[in-house]
Design a protein around this ligand. Structure first.
Ligand code: ADP
Length: 175
């Protein structure tokens, strides 16, 4: 049985991520869709919120398990018996980043291989940061994210921008 892990921040997930996760679930026996709880970046959603979106997206795939992790990805992968790390590739810039990360990870864990899946053409331009920018500027995002993510994103943006004292604080970890 081959266990793969698909790690990332997923803040929040979009159809590009869902496409990679569901395609990987057809290739590997078990896919651990792993959300990195405290990346070095500002987050809009808590780990629980991000996991809830992922669970909804994976509800028709019994071999996808959504899990949070912190620390080194390869160590978490090992602890779960995963031997493959799945990543998605959009543009050539992604390749350079993923290549470097894959080499670094192999240095840390020779027993874990990185497998990159090419994005589906229609999601080639989609990233969480582009998505958030479009949403903050009031643009249409229904072709990029599922309805439950769109609703949560609109609500979070409204909370951030309502000028009240109890504004939602961006979840910025490792502060
Ligand atoms: P990070 O690793 O910086 O936290 P993300 O959580 O945004 O990045 O992405 C996790 C993985 O999903 C990465 O391998 C990334 O290349 C991939 N990915 C992101 N957007 C897309 C997309 N539109 N199509 C295919 N893969 C994607």
């Amino acid at each position: 049985m081959t266990i793969a892990i698909y790690p990332g921040s997923f803040d929040p997930i979009h159809y590009g991520h869902i496409d990679i996760a569901t395609r990987a679930a057809k290739i590997f026996d078990r896919l651990i869709w792993a959300v990195y709880d405290r990346p070095l970046k500002n987050l809009l959603f808590t780990v629980e919120e991000r996991m809830e979106f992922m669970r909804l997206a994976a509800r028709d795939y019994p071999n996808i398990v959504v899990m949070p992790y912190h620390g080194l990805t390869v160590e978490f992968a090992r602890s779960q018996g995963a031997t493959v790390m799945v990543r998605g590739l959009r543009v050539t810039y992604d390749f350079e980043v993923e290549y470097q990360t894959a080499l670094a990870n192999r240095q840390l864990a020779e027993d874990i291989d990185t497998v990159c899946l090419m994005t589906s053409l229609k999601y080639a331009f989609v990233s969480s940061s582009t998505l958030k920018e479009i949403a903050f500027l009031g643009g249409a995002i229904h072709e990029i994210v599922p309805p439950y993510v769109e609703t949560a994103l609109r609500k979070r943006i409204a909370q951030l921008g309502d000028g009240s004292d109890d504004k939602v604080k961006l979840v910025s970890l490792r502060e």
